[in-house]
Design a protein around this ligand. Structure first.
Ligand code: SF4
Ligand code: SF4
Length: 114
């Protein structure tokens, strides 16, 4: 099992999760494309399942693999490409960010029917 970043992160990418991960297993794509959307990816091979990142994500985008909502099931495989195609990724870096409002988080979830 590993933790999974879902598309709730897409275009938010505030990196709050990166700050707390003890093993630096968050990756970002070198190039944004339909196959590698603008979000972070957890390496399932490197994630140690510590669960520290999940409550730190202000967009509530991170789930344990077994709890990923149905609408985001394809994101499990999407995160895996950070291992299988590592050359296409850089280690994610912490950047300045403002936490979203509760309304922004709710609107983002509504896009996916949550
Ligand atoms: S904290 Fe959440 S929304 Fe922000 S970059 Fe990490 S996974 Fe994405
Ligand atoms: S569960 Fe722990 S090791 Fe895995 S991505 Fe989150 S903070 Fe990193």
């Amino acid at each position: 099992m590993a933790f999974v970043v879902t598309q709730l992160c897409k275009d938010c990418v505030d990196t709050a999760c990166v700050e707390v991960c003890p093993v630096d297993c968050f990756f970002q794509p070198k190039e944004i494309s339909a196959d590698t959307p603008n979000m972070l990816y957890i390496s399932p091979e490197e994630c140690i399942d510590c669960a520290v990142c999940e409550p730190e994500c202000p967009w509530e985008a991170i789930y344990p693999e077994e709890d990923v909502p149905e609408v985001f099931v394809s994101d499990i495989a999407l995160n895996e490409i950070s291992d299988t195609n590592r050359d296409a990724f850089d280690l994610a870096k912490v950047k300045e960010h403002e936490p979203p409002s509760a309304d922004e988080v709710a609107e983002n979830k509504e896009k996916y029917g949550l």
